[in-house]
Design a protein around this ligand. Sequence first.
Ligand code: C5P
Length: 210
Amino acid sequence: MTATKGRPIVIGVTGGSGSGKTSVSRAILKALPNHSILLFEQDSYYKDQSHLSFEERLNTNYDHPFAFDTELLIEHLKDLMEYKAIEKPVYDYEAHTRSKEVIYQEPKEVIILEGILILEDERLRDLMDIKVYVDTEDDIRIIRRIKRDMHDRGRSLDSVIGQYLSVVKPMHQQFIEPTKKYADIIVPEGGKNQVAIDLLTTKVRSILDK
Ligand code: C5P
């Protein structure tokens, strides 16, 4: 999609779990201090599973496109692109479902949509001005994931390794890695790649100044 004056710019940042998507997004945010920027996460749009038992939720495949409420994500993204506020869902990784609260979210000038499967859906791709794939080796990604899931998401080492081998890795190969072909820019090693961050922020500035 070509950016038009009068609507926010949408930057899609994707890559496998633990690739450094968040670091890249934060680096863009930091490099553009004079602009209003929203970090908008696909993870907030995991489907509500409150009607399922905890056991059933544990068995959900969270790395498959079906796990996401993409209709609601598209609706909210379109609202933000028309400068309308939204009520963003909040996801609870320990309960494996949407929490009861929502966050009132004002629109911003730049939207960074971040998530593992944002380039998988053509309708989402069509809403993006810039598409970025963060490409990080599998061993680095699993190490980061173990640390994060044990520290922030209440998981055991065995559960992280089991989930990685049975679901995360095969789904990455089937659904995430193939979306690299849709990216405008492939960033090796995430947020530490200062050249890539500079290139990206220069492009964003040039669109905003048009
Ligand atoms: O932040 P990151 O991109 O790693 O988030 C996506 C990951 O979150 C997916 O790989 C998925 O396996 C994981 N996830 C999970 N449990 C949930 C929801 C998502 O482990 N309830």
